[in-house]
Write a protein of this length. Structure first.
Length: 64
């Protein structure tokens, strides 16, 4: 399924953010949620989106 990125909606980006969260990809989830927030006209809703997908810590913890 190929789409033009200009045709994607905030809902599409939120769906992607949820998928990335489920796949344990928090940075990608954050980036997709940020795009969804930018495409949202209501500032309160945009703030809620950002709060739901906070930026992950940049330091990686190695597990043994």
């Amino acid at each position: 399924m190929t789409r033009d990125p200009a045709d994607l909606t905030a809902s599409d980006y939120l769906d992607g953010a949820r998928e990335m969260t489920a796949a344990n990809r928090p940075f990608l989830a954050h980036m997709l949620a940020e795009e969804a927030a930018q495409r949202t006209a209501d500032p309160v809703t945009a703030a809620g989106i950002r709060a739901s997908f906070p930026a992950p810590a940049t330091a990686r913890e190695e597990t043994d």
